[in-house]
Design a protein around this ligand. Sequence first.
Ligand code: 6UN
Length: 502
Amino acid sequence: MPTALATRAPSSVSVDVDPPLLQHYIDGEFVATAARFENRSPVTGQLIAAVCEAGPAEVDRAVAAARRALAGPWGEASVEDRAAILYRVAAGIEARFEAFVAAEVADTGRPVEQARRLDVARGVANFRAFADLIKTAPSELFESRGPDGATLLNYVSRKPLGVVGIISPWNLPLLLLTWKVAPALAMGNCVVAKPSEESPSSATLLAEVMRDAGVPPGVFNLVHGFGPGSAGEALTRHPDVAAITFTGESRTGSQIMKTVADGVKEISFELGGKNAAVVFADADFDAAVEGVRRSSFTNAGQVCLCSERVYVERPIFERFVAALKARTETMRLDYPDAPGVDMGPVISHKHRDKVLSYYRLAVAEGATVVTGGGTPLFNDIRDAGAFVQPTILTGLPDDARCVTEEIFGPVCHIAPFDSEQEVIGRVNDSAYGLAACVWTTDLSRAHRVSRRFHTGLVWVNTWFTRDLRTPFGGTKLSGLGREGGRHSLDFYSEITTICIRL
Ligand SMILES: O=C(O)C(=O)/C=C/C=C/O
């Protein structure tokens, strides 16, 4: 299958002789530690940076700094003060927009255009959205009569949770880190953030922006490292951390639940998915083909919302598979800054090998590989990267592992269906429940089926279009809780109900 390959000379991804050292950010200062790990380009395998690794001592220092900040001016900051600082952070990201694009691209190898349009744009939007929200968020007050006839005023008072631990993933590094940092700070908390070891660069740049925006020392802390036995575990175990918000794999979420259980910490999880796209015969055909291509292959399939299961109504099944194959085979896998690039590599060799193991499993399970199924051949330095081909599978039963397990790569399995009732049952027959996508021009049907999906999110005739005021999250193995709009305010604050007898 000829995926369009570039024949350009190596891109601007170059490596300094002494790669930069990415440090922690604790109590308003950058802190180096002797323990370090490598950060390599998934495009070429070249060394990008050395990264300091935090252990329990650094996490302790960060949590202590956060507690001091809570007891200081930050703890007394008004809504207006906090909103003003968040607007300054948003402006700070904007002022260094291209530096954030470069950082995100260096770590992930994604197309520059995507990093601009999605990742960094959302980094700015997330801070602005929650600064706006806290200025207009209503409170609750109910007036009632007591048993003695006296008037009772019942109102809600919100306080910060305290120190919030944030563990963010490598697939949308800046988007997902700021999606949690912004509301946490908006509600007056202090944070200790641990970005994925695969994507430390934009988080480190964010720390510089925080410092320059005047975020007080200790309010935002950043520790680099791994999960178990490293900074991530130290953060989840820390007795002075009041809450953990985590985006990542479901089994890691389960592990964190066990770790925080004794302390009964607040948790908010956005976990894995095995999302379905459903294409009815009455859909706008071309829009559905392009929509499923996007929802299957955006970010090399490394978005928790991507469609790895596609169900197409039988009358258009063959035509749809052929059209998606043709469209997919025009996709350009290339350097992040290559003109017209559609898809970069997956995040690492380790993840590439996991994705390829599922490509092999699919064949073993009896799948037809309509297109892809392997790695592209560039005959240049990109062959040392982590590229995999966008892949379309058909012919597997619903209980095949490739149809039930999250692969988190550029792959989808397409199956025909014959009725609305049948496809709803098949979509819901999953251990996950994050997102679904429906393509139909029958809007009664759109509402009808959307309401019957056991998922936290449904998109109709679109995908991954986001209103930040809406609740976002999944059910079953896909997560716990919702973040977004007032749902973030609810998670990142402690509520006290006060009753006054007049
Ligand atoms: O768009 C969002 O706010 C969000 O949380 C996206 C999550 C995607 C995960 O892979």
